[in-house]
Design a binder for this molecule. Structure first.
Ligand code: ADP
Length: 157
């Protein structure tokens, strides 16, 4: 009842969160990250375990084509299972990015040691999690991972 009124009032924002292959490879880290999502009052709208082909990584990260880390990034993202979530809460996009911390793991460890990337990240590429960075990218990325999902329908449910 409460949930449906929050949805209808458009208080809940949706974001896409991904646990990358470096973290999914370690069941305890995967579980810790799942708990972290729940502890931070995110509602799990959808959850999916999947493996990308290299072409999926290339399409998803097309904006980074030509950067020095691009090849490393696309190979890493298709190197093993990932877990994708559609998460909802107030300010979901910002809150999830705050929890993840800075892109670069060593910067994260120095500036924000309690963040996910600081605690679990291995390198600047193998940095544990992804999160959409704007409403526009959340829409695009949710459609990329969950093509069958309709935000409009979910908000009306
Ligand atoms: P974010 O994931 O924090 O939104 P970006 O969109 O800039 O960051 O980069 C996408 C992903 O590419 C990062 O999460 C990381 O895996 C990789 N990456 C970004 N910058 C670097 C870098 N300087 N060196 C190595 N890998 C990088």
């Amino acid at each position: 009842m409460l949930l449906s009124s929050l949805r209808r009032a458009r208080v809940l924002q949706l974001t896409l969160a991904v646990i990358k292959p470096d973290a999914v490879a370690h069941p305890l880290i995967l579980e810790a990250l799942h708990q972290r999502i729940l502890e931070n009052d995110f509602l799990i709208v959808r959850k999916k375990d999947l493996i990308w082909r290299i072409g999926d990584s290339e399409r998803f990260y097309a904006e980074h084509e030509g950067r020095f880390f691009y090849q490393r990034l696309v190979e890493f993202m298709s190197s093993g299972p990932m877990r994708a979530y559609i998460l909802a809460r107030e300010d979901a996009i910002t809150r999830w990015r705050e929890l993840m911390g800075p892109t670069k793991v060593y910067r994260a460890r120095y500036t924000s040691p309690s963040t996910i990337r600081a605690q679990y990240g291995l390198t600047d590429t193998r940095n544990t999690t992804h999160g959409s960075d704007s409403e526009e990218s959340a829409k695009r990325e949710i459609a990329f991972f969950f093509p069958e999902f309709s935000a409009e329908q979910w908000l009306e449910e």
